[in-house]
Write a protein that binds this ligand. Structure first.
Ligand SMILES: [Zn+2]
Length: 198
């Protein structure tokens, strides 16, 4: 129906979350109507994105450099405290509070009650390795207050128990079922300050 190159782009857009085939067609048509120079710049930035953005090798946050991210590299951050979150967007939410000065560990998702296969995909072994390397005083579990987030928290609590370090869970001030990335700064601060040992 569409020219081949047009269709290829529709297929790419269709793979994005929440974009159905109709929406993909509309988006590609929108691009077609734009200034070709703008589209070329978009393509160039996509190429840069694919080449220059990595996972931090320490905390698995998004990093512009290979190796460690800017938070892990920052000597003023307390490396003996690790705040464990599900996704990089949660790191942004905590950073906005300008209150938390420790380091992070991004799991890359949560432990779904439905699918135990997910365990392998999460950066749990990498978290344990960081704790094993020593000098960790506290691990704050800041997974989302959803059923899957709580399951993940319980699992991590169990795995970290033998290490005799302080393991805390952020307080329940967050709306149940809500996501950390959408929580306002004051709520997040309260949840962090009210954390309890598990
Ligand atoms: Zn990092």
């Amino acid at each position: 129906m569409f020219p081949k190159t047009f269709q290829i782009l529709i297929d790419h857009f269709s793979t994005l979350p929440s974009v159905g085939p109709k929406m993909a067609e509309r988006l590609v048509l929108y691009l077609f109507k734009q200034n070709p120079e703008e589209i070329k710049k978009f393509a160039k930035d996509l190429h840069k994105f694919a080449t220059n953005v990595h996972y931090c090798k320490e905390c698995y946050n998004i990093s512009e450099e290979e190796g460690q991210c800017s938070i892990c590299k920052n000597k003023r951050r307390d490396k003996s405290t690790i705040c464990v979150v599900e996704e990089p967007l949660d790191v942004i939410a905590f950073e906005k509070t300008r209150h938390y000065l420790g380091s992070y560990h991004v799991l890359g998702g949560n432990l779904s009650v439905m699918s135990q296969d997910e365990i392998k995909k999460l950066k749990i072994n990498e978290l344990v390795s960081r704790v094993e390397r020593g000098n960790i005083k506290e691990v704050i579990i800041a997974t989302n207050p959803t059923t899957d987030g709580e399951t993940t928290s319980l699992y991590l609590g169990r795995i970290l128990r033998p290490f005799k370090i302080k393991v805390t869970r952020i307080a329940r001030g967050l709306p149940t079922g809500g996501d950390i990335e959408y929580a306002d700064e004051m709520t997040l601060l309260g949840a962090l300050d009210g954390r309890k040992e598990i």
